[in-house]
Design a protein around this ligand. Structure first.
Ligand code: RNT
Ligand code: ZN
Length: 413
């Protein structure tokens, strides 16, 4: 009997159907962030990365042109099983020779090549306005700026991005998730916490009150607790973003690096599911701060997946990755992180959820603990290996990535 068949029997003794788990997993879409490939640089500006986020490391071979980024994405996609979506930032606009459009003047045509790329690969596209790494970020502020010229510039950027998002949905036939995140905040104790938030609210209203097709574009709003150099105050805090999303009927987005380290997104998902038709996640790994390390198969990632799966919410949660490590091979970073999100989901799909819930309801906490611990050593690896085999993807990807590094990456200047 094959290892899979053995494992299948073991799971079945817990009342878990591994075939059902595998069939469910293959239809889950993960939105893969393009910005791991070039350390969040993009193509539209020479400004260095700003907005209180930081990449560290200097691993050779980062993509510096659209062609390189596309080739690297292809390499990563070929090693990642399951359904993928491409997650782009506005700063990845592609201009013709001699052409340029500033962020407030971006148009669908500047993303035509990305649309072709996605269509050829049968993928949808998600989108993000880029409110950082730009000269119009004045004193660290964008949509909350007291300078009307600055604020309006960024409102126009938001509106332009809505059009581009609609274009993505129309072209690919897959709805586009457009995520708004602004870095705005203050390093030190503000005198006025209200006015910047009032201006952010007004700016969001101005962007979202322009008509757009809500069946094609899901707007999400991402909160944050602090950024580097913006330690004391963030305009788009959790309370602001949750309240704004609820009042406006848009979708809240939680990035698990954006909370105090003892706060867990896994504990927040159920509450949001009760009050929102859809929710969105940025899956990342913060080490001591919002460091955006590559996602590994750690307890919190597993717990986040469990919260989605056990509440039957796979169809209600937009799952995207968001991390950037410049100290290791960037393609490997993509593959490792996205696979680990998928592994966490598979792990959750292989839990005897109903049984565990019943034990909780009847206060059988001793038995619940025993079962939870027993499941940790069930033959998960054999089911994962079977999934990769069915998806025609190798388990060991390091060798292939190393080859690509030697043939392609190190030759880049
Ligand atoms: C920053 C946010 C945001 C960015 C991307 C590049 O802290 O997490 O999502 O990482 O938009
Ligand atoms: Zn994020």
């Amino acid at each position: 009997m094959s290892r899979y068949e053995e494992a299948r029997k073991i799971y079945s003794s817990f009342g878990v159907d591994t075939e059902k788990a595998l069939n469910t997993l293959k239809d889950v879409t993960i939105s893969v962030h393009c910005w791991q490939g070039d350390d969040v640089v993009g193509f539209d500006s020479k400004e260095s990365l700003s907005g209180g986020i930081q990449t560290t490391g200097n691993y050779p071979g980062k993509a510096t042109t659209p062609e390189e980024l596309m080739a690297d994405l292809d390499k990563a996609f070929s090693l990642i099983p399951g359904k993928k979506k491409l997650n782009l930032h506005a700063s990845y606009a592609i201009f013709e020779e001699g052409e340029f459009a500033d962020r407030n003047a971006l148009e669908p045509k500047h993303f035509k090549k990305w649309v072709n790329f996605a269509k050829e690969r049968n993928m949808g596209i998600d989108f993000n306005p880029t409110y950082f790494s730009h000269a119009m970020v004045k004193d660290g502020l964008t949509l909350s700026s007291p300078d009307e010229e600055v604020r309006e510039f960024w409102v126009e950027h938001g509106k332009a991005c809505l059009k581009i998002s609609e274009y993505f949905a129309e072209e690919t036939g897959v709805p586009c998730v457009m995520n708004i995140w602004i870095p705005d905040g203050y390093k030190d104790i503000p005198a006025d916490r209200l006015s910047p938030r009032a201006r952010f609210k007004k700016s969001l209203d101005e962007i979202l009150d322009t008509p757009y097709d809500k069946s094609k574009v899901y707007v999400t709003l991402e909160s944050k607790v602090f950024g580097i150099g913006l330690e004391s105050y963030t305009v788009g805090s959790a309370e602001f973003c949750l309240s704004y999303s609820a009042s406006k009927g848009i979708t809240p987005l939680m990035d698990n690096g954006h909370y105090h380290p003892t706060e867990l997104v896994s504990d927040k998902i159920s509450s949001l599911l009760l009050f929102n038709e859809k929710i969105a996640l940025h899956v990342t790994r913060g080490v001591r701060w919002d460091s955006d390390h590559v996602v590994i198969l750690d307890d919190e990632t597993k717990e986040i997946a469990k919260e989605i799966v056990s509440h039957d919410a796979l169809g209600r949660v937009f799952i995207a990755t968001d991390y950037f490590d410049a100290s290791i091979n960037r393609i490997s970073a993509w593959v490792t992180g996205v696979r680990n999100v998928q592994k966490a989901l598979l792990n959750a799909l292989l839990l005897p959820t109903d049984k565990m819930k019943a034990l909780q309801e009847e206060s059988s906490f001793t038995e619940l603990m025993c079962l939870q611990e027993e499941m940790k050593t069930a033959p998960f690896g054999d089911i994962w290996a079977e999934y990769l085999a069915r998806e025609n993807v190798k388990n060991d990807y390091f060798k292939e990535i190393k080859e690509y590094e030697e043939k392609v990456l190190v030759k880049r200047v």
